[in-house]
Design a protein around this ligand. Structure first.
Ligand code: FMN
Length: 176
């Protein structure tokens, strides 16, 4: 992490962000435990699957995040895939609120990491590698367990993020 330097990118950052924003993603809230068992969580759309066998996922967190030390030190985290009716939850965990968990219904999962209720899927993970990549840290992690509530009657589809805006999915109608 100490090798972070100011960018030498030849691109205008806003133009690069706009171009990359054409790649639609889902939206997650990723939680962990910080010092004194403080509950920590951030909204992240950098989450991605890497490998099925073994089960490996990744996500990246900007180096300026106040949550970085907690994710770095705890070594475990839980990924929550949000449903399309959870925009408020996404905005709450993207904010600088001092207590993002206030009023958010949750239970204690593996290692005491907060598990937020009513999300589509939850993956409980153990960090295996931390990679410094420009202005972000990449976390690679093994999936220890998961629950898929999409199969258990959550009716809303996943929340999407594309071109800087929230969206929801709709199947493409194919020609017969
Ligand atoms: C839809 C969406 C996706 C985001 N994805 C990421 C991400 O993948 N990585 C990241 O570092 N920040 C991401 N952010 C910004 C963080 O959520 C935000 O900076 C952070 O939660 C602020 O809290 P902090 O003080 O803990 O950094 C995203 C924000 C939104 C609204």
């Amino acid at each position: 992490m100490s090798d972070y330097r100011a960018s030498s990118s030849p691109f205008i950052e806003s133009e690069l962000r706009n171009a990359l924003g054409n790649f639609a993603t889902g939206v997650t809230v990723i939680t962990t435990l910080g010092n004194n068992r403080t509950k920590v969580g951030v909204t992240a759309n950098s989450f991605s699957s890497v490998s099925l066998d073994p089960a490996i996922v990744l996500w990246s967190l900007k180096k300026t995040s106040s949550s970085l030390s907690a994710f770095d030190e705890c070594g475990h985290f839980a990924v929550h895939i949000l449903a399309s009716n959870q925009v408020d939850l996404s905005n709450r965990f993207a904010s600088k609120s001092p207590d993002k968990f206030a009023g958010v219904s949750h239970v204690s999962g593996f290692m005491g990491i907060p598990i937020i209720d009513d999300c589509i899927c939850v993956f409980e993970c153990k960090t295996t590698e931390r990679i410094s990549a420009g202005d972000h840290i990449l976390f690679l992690a093994e999936v220890l367990s998961f629950s898929n509530h999409a199969k258990q009657g959550i009716e809303q589809g996943p929340l999407l993020f594309v071109q800087g805006q929230y969206a929801q999915s709709a199947p493409v109608a194919l020609e017969p």
